[in-house]
Design a protein around this ligand. Sequence first.
Ligand code: HEM
Length: 444
Amino acid sequence: MNPPEKPLPYLQGLWKLLDNPIEAWSRAVYEEPYVLRGNDRQTLLYATDPAMLKDILLDRMAAFPKDWMSDRVTKPALGEGLLTAQGEAWRWQRRAAAPGFRPDNVAGMTSVMVAAAEAALTRWREMGDGARLDIATEMTAITFQVILDTMLSGGEGIDVPVAAARITDYLETLGKVSVPDLLQWPTWTRIALAPRGYRAIVYLKAMVDRMVARRRREAGRGDLVDLLMQAQDPESGRRMDDGLLRDNLLTFIGAGHETTALSLTWSLYLLGLDPGTAARVRAEVSEIAGEAAITHEVAERLVFTRQVVQEAMRLYPPLPLVTRMCGEDTEAGGVAIKAGTFVFIPIYALHRHRRLWRDPDAFDPDRFAPEESAGRHRFAYLPFGGGPRVCIGQTFAMIEAVAILATLVRGAELTPDPGHRIRPLVRVSMRPQGGMPMTLRLRP
Ligand code: HEM
């Protein structure tokens, strides 16, 4: 995708913002440390200077809270859960959920991740050589099952294909900025104008409410649901009521599978275009695991496979845009920022920035080799965000992506459909428009 040479004319820019924001970012966003745009009513800052990003996400994060626009997009589904809450309400929920994501806890979940990938391979074997798969849907099915099996004790009563379809309904309708947002109409108007999205919310909330009601009656199972049910705010003594519990479970279901599915989809796509790199992944897996199943210890040693996932998330970050609002006159990276400035952290452009990456559009997993990464600024690469609000699931997601990719690449070769035009489309996350059709060749 070639960015526009100049900022788009006002109306065309607005249309792109509604349709696919990354296509509105002009070349300057990929070349300058920051870009300020706007008029007397609203200033927009595109920040790609790592020092500026460190100030926004970490050192001065209190001055840059989450913004009303992302609230309008996410809150109808996720309410006041961990992803959307602010201040003290966020802090205690983060503390409450953290133990579920400790590395020792995650280590015990890798076998479940590998089993979900093996189950997909078994299905693919039944379909046979030459089968055409939509890899985006396949990866969503795998990672959805993983999140249910690892965090929600199997998630009884959840129909995975239907729930995944409802999440897509939500993302494709309410998961993007719409006309009522630009006009700042009340939130209910954007919901009223998107009946498909509204039905999705009703379905998903009822699905989780049933689970919460059942789990309140049952004995504990030691999973994330129990952890959140038992959590107590040390300061106020507050516990999660059913509504907040539902918001959080929907947050973990939503944030916890689609993003990882996309990191796998884009990894398989890039490997499909580059058989030499795919062969290196297979050689690494065979050297470290032999014929045996991928264990947690093996997955941790698959250094090159991990680099492939990191590079895929550089070129195609599952969350390509994070936003904030500047709440007070302050500065970031040495630049004065006025209260009320809308802050875009254009992760997609940051990861292809001309000043930060050599040959930025090329797929080259070796750039994540330890010696190559050594001098890189921590805030030049933000697939999981940064600072205290960094993704709580990043250790889980990385081991999951590596273990599943290694399992799939060992059992199958996938070739992208040459006739399918790849267009990354932003609906909170960045999905390939029309899915990712690939042709299967089974490996012995
Ligand atoms: C490749 C996979 C993933 C990617 C690329 C990703 C990306 C991100 C990013 C960029 C943020 C920061 C958003 C912001 O600052 O506004 C975030 C936050 C979050 N992620 Fe992830 N994520 C992934 C996987 C997961 C998983 C597996 C889970 C849970 C099981 C999860 C749960 C969350 C939650 C709850 C937050 C909010 C954290 C907070 O505000 O304290 N994510 N994620």
